[in-house]
Write a protein that binds this ligand. Structure first.
Ligand SMILES: C[S@@+](CC[C@H](N)C(=O)[O-])C[C@H]1O[C@@H](n2cnc3c(N)ncnc32)[C@H](O)[C@@H]1O
Length: 279
């Protein structure tokens, strides 16, 4: 790697853990297929397009954000960190999936990556440090949203923008029953509960956009692509992996069309504590 890039990384992210020497398994095959299907190492709805949309809106909230480092939480294969870097952010991606991180480090050398659990970022990263904090289809995997938002609040610099892009559970009278590719139950955001938790932790909600129809179009396009290119993907991956991905996406699409599930993006800023009155 370019020594100037290494030095820059060290200066910006001195505390990150380097797990490159630890042997790891191959990346989750379903997630890998998804990322190939979406292109650009993304495993979230809207791929690169939604990352550009989020960056544009975050900069409209604070046009000085690029002066501060950015962190992509649950970065997976590193596609979002790559776009943030190209857009002028000094970017760190964190994830607890070592195989995904090994892939990200190899394919996106201009970004930094670290093996850190999202709920523990406050233990490993600098407090009041990051300007832009993004989560693309990650919060659904974390049941304890309060712990997550609290840890993120600690590492957020004054003026920072937090963006949470994810599935929502719109009709909580209907169970969704979803499990992810790691066979873990999914915990989509319940908007009213989530916005209350944001406020409680010290995040001010600036904007909340409903993306349900965008999610539906994206899943329809992805399923059509799998169908059109089935034999190719079955050779590149395997028929079982293709069938699992197809089954999961059909299930999500069905829930989105029945309005049980939705999609949304939340833009928040770190609240500034009111100065204490002098006695
Ligand atoms: C659907 S993938 C999205 C990956 C990436 N954000 C993207 O858009 O391509 C969810 C990611 O969240 C990560 N993740 C889930 N729970 C996590 C946690 N507690 N700490 C760190 N990463 C987590 C997973 O390992 C996975 O890489």
């Amino acid at each position: 790697m370019n020594p100037a890039v290494s030095l820059l990384k060290l200066l910006y992210f001195p505390l990150v853990i380097n797990s490159a020497t630890i042997p790891v398994e191959a990346p989750n095959p379903q997630r890998m297929l998804l990322s190939h299907l979406r292109g650009g190492d993304h495993a979230h709805v809207g791929d690169a397009e939604s990352v550009h949309m989020v960056i544009k809106k975050a900069l409209a909230i604070n046009n000085q954000l690029q002066k501060l480092p950015a962190v992509d939480i649950g970065c997976g294969f590193g596609g979002t960190a790559e776009i943030l870097t190209q857009k002028g952010f000094k970017t760190l991606g964190i994830d607890h999936d070592r195989s995904a991180l090994t892939y990200a480090k190899k394919h996106h050398p201009s970004c930094s990556f670290a093996d850190i659990d999202a709920r523990a970022v406050d233990k490993y990263l600098r407090a009041d440090f990051f300007g832009l904090i993004t989560l693309f289809n990650v919060a659904y995997a974390i049941k304890d949203k309060q712990a997550l938002l609290k840890a993120l609040h600690t590492i957020a610099a004054p003026g920072s923008v937090l963006v949470v892009f994810d599935y929502t559970h719109r009709d909580t009278t209907q169970p969704h029953g979803l499990v992810d590719f790691a066979k873990q139950p999914m915990h989509p955001l319940v908007p009213a509960v989530f916005t209350h938790t944001l406020d409680e932790i010290g995040w001010q909600l600036v904007e909340q956009d409903d993306l349900t129809s965008y999610f539906i179009t994206s899943y329809q396009a992805l399923l059509a692509k799998i169908d059109e290119q089935r034999s190719y993907w079955e050779t590149v991956s395997s028929p079982t992996v293709v069938a699992t991905v197809e089954k999961t996406f059909s299930q999500i699409l069905h829930l989105l069309q029945r309005d049980v599930l939705g999609g949304a993006v939340f833009y928040c800023v770190k609240k500034i504590a009111a100065p204490r009155a002098k006695l």
